[in-house]
Design a protein around this ligand. Structure first.
Ligand code: PYR
Length: 359
């Protein structure tokens, strides 16, 4: 009997039982499209969606394929939530805070100024109430989310002019990711929520005065150091921003149980992988940037203090007028307070000691 008739007559179970490995490649039974909010050049943040898709494909033996599309390929970078909600695509990979204009609660699923760091955010998601509460919220948009990466604490961005005090923020046209713009606005700045792939052009042309993206590795690739010399830290609005995989609820519900498990495992893998890439690559890129003339500066103290006060005011105001925000933020804030209590002892003390040794 030739191979074709074995396959035809016995089916795949019969072939395996007979110990004959089929040489044919499995046909994908399920094909999804995933729209990214990021440009293809960023193998870290865009790459995480590819890591996810590759894992899904490998774990399903090639039967579940997800094609990944860069920002602008199927839809604009900031159109991806609408795309998933309507089912135009089955999935997207994005930073939820971009969508704070729909509802500020989106931001808590990514990062809010003076929020959780990367470790704490992952803990809130997987062990605290984070995933449960955010899923309940995203349910209004026909979306189920899976953590799909974290960048770790970010840099504060690239500025043409030095910032000496908080007053220097006044009138500053600053590209900042999503919700944090609300705080910059209260400080007198002019925030611009521009997708990653379009920032360089705006900074180069002078449409904006300053820009932040993620950190040394990505920022060097995007070339910001060529047009703005002062590189500020820390990105107080992004202590540990989570990047998410958003999946259309109906498409997810239609998956067989084992493919649901594959989605969950593959997203966890992509989540860890992104943080590892940033942590390993950022120090190398930082040295190169400084070697090429980037001038590192810490944000002035009064700027940090003012930003902190305004952030807490804004959170109180939102709690008074947005019930979704109130529900999620209350849990988040309690978790943050416990985390800071715990991190103050061993994590922070250990980190401070290690930094002082300058190994
Ligand atoms: C941003 O859009 O600012 C990110 O951190 C990805």
């Amino acid at each position: 009997m030739d191979r074709r008739s074995i396959l035809k007559n016995a089916g795949i179970a019969g072939v395996l039982a007979a110990g004959v490995a089929p040489a044919v490649h499995a046909q994908a039974a399920i094909r999804w499209r995933l729209a990214s909010s990021f440009p293809k050049s960023l193998d870290t943040i865009y790459g995480a969606a590819e890591v996810f898709a590759n894992q899904v494909k490998a774990m399903s033996g090639g039967k579940f394929e997800i094609s990944v599309h860069a920002a602008g390929e199927l839809m604009p970078a900031f159109g991806v939530v609408d795309g998933v909600e309507k089912g135009t695509v089955e999935a997207c990979h994005t930073v939820p805070y971009y969508f704070f204009g729909k509802d500020e609660t989106f931001a808590i699923g990514a990062a809010i100024p003076f929020g959780l760091n990367s470790r704490q955010m992952t803990a809130w998601m997987y062990e605290g109430n984070g995933l449960k509460l955010m899923r309940e919220f995203y349910g209004k948009y026909n979306i189920i989310n899976f953590p799909g990466g974290n960048t770790g604490a970010q840099m504060g961005g690239w500025f043409r002019k030095e910032l000496k005090t908080a007053a220097d923020v006044k009138g500053l046209k600053f590209r900042i990711g999503g919700f944090a713009g609300r705080i910059v606005e209260r400080m007198g700045g002019v925030p611009q929520n521009i997708p990653g792939g379009e920032i360089y052009q705006a900074l180069e042309k002078g449409t904006i005065d300053a820009a932040e993206w993620v950190g040394p590795y990505d920022d060097q690739k995007l070339g910001f150091n060529k047009v703005a010399p002062f590189y500020y830290y820390p990105g107080w609005w992004e202590g540990g921003p989570q990047v998410d995989l958003f999946i259309n609820q109906k498409a997810y519900n239609a998956l067989p149980a084992e493919y649901k498990a594959i989605v969950e495992a593959a997203s966890s893998h992509a989540h860890v992988d992104m943080q590892a890439k940033y942590d390993a690559r950022n120090p190398v890129a930082l040295k190169q940037l400084v070697g090429n003339g980037a001038k590192l500066r810490a944000f002035p103290n009064d700027l940090m203090t003012q930003a902190f006060k305004i952030s807490m005011q804004v959170y109180d105001e939102l709690s008074a007028k947005n019930p979704s925000w109130k529900k999620v933020y209350e849990d988040y804030a309690k978790f943050r307070s416990d985390q800071n209590l715990w991190f103050r002892f061993t994590e922070a003390t250990f980190d401070r000691f290690m930094q002082s040794q300058k190994l």
